[in-house]
Write a new protein. Structure first.
Length: 241
């Protein structure tokens, strides 16, 4: 089997990086045995990117960067992601990766008009899709974002929303998905983010201690990576099914 590429566009907060590794390590750990093949870490900021057909699938990571202030590397990997979709290589964008992929396909990314969304929140399904595994409600996901996809690309479908994010999960093409939440962020990592953002949250009128007390593992969110891995195997010749 060809490997699944993890397009790394940034790093998590320092404590997470110290204790759990970068986004690539956390994504691999969360996916677990659902992907039986190899992984290939791709440096989205400074590295060379392979021909999309060399990969069985792509996961585009989150990042502290913002597409409201685009830099040349963002434009470069957006163009590459367009090629991934055109090659029909399955792709999943996470948070910044979701915004990058949506923007690459013609969507608009701006500051979320509803403000910052952070912590464990309920995901509200809009349309059935195998990437989101339904279980007994509430479906919980872990969020941390300021920007949003405010206009979805032509032909995209909304799969789920939250109270503050109308485009929490999108089906962008036949083999392309984006989620604004972080499937790889469990309750421990979510607390790392809330502590790291404590000053900003307090200044913006949030109660960090309340948000920390409400954090949950968010298994519905974590299941997205395993579900994506199963979709990759559907399209990968020779994959174990």
């Amino acid at each position: 089997m060809r490997p699944v590429g993890i397009l790394v566009a940034g790093e998590p907060v320092p404590l997470t990086r110290q204790l759990r590794g970068g986004f690539a390590e956390i994504i691999r750990a969360t996916t677990g045995a659902a992907w039986p093949g190899e992984w290939r870490e791709l440096d989205g900021v400074a590295g060379e990117l392979p021909e999309p057909r060399e990969l069985a699938g792509v996961v585009a990571s989150g990042s502290p960067a913002s597409l409201t202030a685009p830099e040349p590397w963002m434009l470069r990997i957006a163009e590459w992601l367009r090629g991934v979709v055109q090659a029909e290589t399955p792709v999943l964008g996470i948070c910044f990766g979701h915004q990058l992929l949506s923007g690459a396909l013609g969507g608009r990314v701006e500051a979320n008009p509803n403000g910052r969304e952070i912590g464990t929140v309920e995901l509200l399904p809009v349309e059935f899709d195998p990437i989101i595994e339904a279980s007994a409600p509430p479906l919980l996901v872990n969020m941390t974002h300021v920007d949003s996809v405010t206009r979805i690309p032509a032909g995209a479908r909304v799969l789920a929303r939250t109270a503050l994010e109308p485009h929490a999960a999108l089906r962008l093409a036949e083999r392309a998905w984006g989620v604004q939440f972080h499937p790889e962020v469990d309750d421990v990592i979510m607390r790392h983010y809330l502590e790291a953002r404590r000053v900003e949250l307090t200044q913006e009128g949030f109660d960090p201690d309340r948000l920390i007390s409400e954090v949950r593992p968010a298994r519905a969110g974590a299941g997205v990576l395993a579900a994506f891995a199963r979709q990759v195997q559907r399209f990968e010749p020779g994959a174990h099914r």
